[in-house]
Design a binder for this molecule. Structure first.
Ligand code: ADP
Length: 304
């Protein structure tokens, strides 16, 4: 028998209490699964009244029994809710029922740069410039608002139907009370984590996002992360020693090498600022398109 991908007919109801005591119900039709994360499952959903198609991140409350998990979700919602910028996944709404918390987000139909790199292995310099320009825009906005993302990686860089890059997942983000504040919590994703986070004692700040951005540029151009090894312990050792090389078999420009080399340095204060990254020859030597072409989801851009 032929297998068919069926989508169950599930309706999500949001009860909205009006100030006059009335309760109205907003209904959403749950569509296909978009992905699964640590706590959440993400679905395409349609707001039935308006036919608007959105994404819903659904978190089962019974997975939030530990206080830390609850606090993390509350912090993610509080930070994400406050953000409004073209290159950040728009937070639309949050509500809950007896069993779940529902986070309604702008839908990004073209997956993440992680899937893109799995399909393409590596992408061209012009594509990298285009994605980095959009990501730096998002980061300028975050840092101006005293927010550090702390989990920049290909899997958190979404693409919408217009191929606009949207930074998402604020589960590890933090808001500083003042610019000189140093955070000490260990967090991040092994391949992309900055050395000062691994150290733990000295504290970290905005510069951890610059390190991860350097790891992202390297990974997009080369096709694998700079510090990747078979086990996390060895990866951490390499990060702490800033031990990585540019492989001979992939040709990348001297400008690309120069920028990556400036970003992946152990001393956070020596890394370039977002403004300096934008001024680097890697980003200024040619005109950069606003978005990548849809055809580049599956193959390199045509030369014409
Ligand atoms: P967690 O925080 O639990 O890791 P994520 O935010 O990473 O959950 O979401 C899990 C998966 O759902 C993602 O890897 C992605 O595939 C998908 N996803 C999340 N947000 C969106 C969105 N706005 N549009 C489309 N897909 C999304």
């Amino acid at each position: 028998m032929e297998e068919q991908a069926t989508v169950e007919n599930v309706i999500i109801e949001e009860k909205i209490s009006k100030s006059n005591g009335d309760v109205i119900i907003k209904r959403y039709q749950r569509g296909k699964t978009l992905g699964k994360g640590g706590f959440a499952r993400c679905y395409e959903i349609t707001e039935i009244d308006t036919k608007k198609i959105l994404a819903a991140k659904i978190i089962q409350k019974n997975t939030l029994t530990r206080n830390r998990a609850r606090q993390k979700l509350i912090s993610e919602i509080k930070i994400h809710k406050s953000l409004h910028q073209t290159n950040i996944v728009q937070f639309i709404h949050v509500f809950e029922d007896h069993d779940n918390v529902y986070i309604i987000l702008e839908l990004c139909t073209n997956q993440t740069l992680n899937e893109l790199i799995k399909r393409r292995r590596r992408i061209t310099q012009l594509e990298v410039q285009c994605y980095i320009l959009q990501l730096v825009n998002a980061l300028k906005y975050l840092h101006q608002n005293k927010i550090i993302h702390r989990d920049l990686k290909l899997g958190n860089l979404f693409l919408n139907d217009k191929m606009e890059l949207k930074l998402g997942d604020f589960g590890l983000a933090t808001k500083l009370d003042f610019d000189g504040e140093k955070k000490k919590t260990i967090c991040g994703t092994p391949n992309y984590i900055a050395p000062e986070i691994l150290d733990g004692k000295i504290g970290h700040s905005y510069e951890v996002d610059i390190w991860s951005l350097g790891v992202i540029i390297y990974t997009l151009l080369i096709g694998k992360p700079p510090f990747e090894t078979q086990d996390v312990k060895t990866t951490y050792k390499k990060i702490k020693a800033c031990q990585y090389t540019f492989p001979d078999h992939v040709v990348i420009s001297d400008n690309a090498k120069s920028l990556i080399t400036k970003m992946l340095v152990l001393d956070p204060s020596k890394r370039p600022t977002l403004e300096q990254i934008l001024q680097h020859p890697f980003m200024t030597s040619n005109p950069i398109p606003k978005t990548a072409h849809i055809s580049t989801l599956v193959g390199p851009p045509s030369m014409s």
